[in-house]
Design a protein around this ligand. Structure first.
Ligand SMILES: [Zn+2]
Length: 152
């Protein structure tokens, strides 16, 4: 995977610096929201936390994921383990922008950090991953406005 770098003013350096993604991710909980950050560092090792996603917990055990525009084409990376540790039982993803046609099993395999494609296919077949509250097929297509439910 190529290193991600962003040119940005560094407050500590007092000038434009190149910040590189350390590939370290951090979650911060703040009331009903969980913020996910990527930790970037400038050449002099100053830290910048880039906000990647906001998970809104609208009930104790449900997390809603808002897609951030600059992220991957369809949705942000999801860490099931980290959400499960925070007591989340259901992940609700609303797709606000989908360009092209995408199979749900492929998209989830790319975006879920800790489930393989075969695990995802198994969960779809068992009904543990649904679209618009319906059981679907691994080949089901994603489109704008669809709601994905993942039961952890
Ligand atoms: Zn700096």
């Amino acid at each position: 995977m190529p290193e991600r770098a962003v040119k940005k003013h560094c407050k500590m350096c007092g000038q434009l610096s190149v910040f590189t993604d350390t590939n370290v991710r951090r979650h911060n909980a703040n009331g009903k929201s969980i913020y996910k950050y990527a930790i970037y560092k400038c050449e002099k090792n100053h830290t910048w936390n880039k906000k990647l996603a906001i998970y809104k917990t609208f009930s104790e055990h449900v997390a809603e994921i808002e897609k951030q525009k600059e992220e991957a084409p369809i949705m942000s990376a999801i860490s099931i383990t980290s959400l499960a540790e925070q007591g989340v039982k259901v992940i609700h993803i609303v797709l606000d922008e989908v360009i092209g046609t995408h199979r749900i099993d492929k998209v989830l395999a790319n975006q879920i950090e800790d489930w393989s494609r075969s695990q995802i296919i198994e969960k779809i077949e068992k009904g543990a991953i649904q679209i618009n509250e319906r059981v679907i097929k691994p080949s089901s297509r994603l489109s704008k406005g669809k709601r994905i439910f993942i039961f952890i």
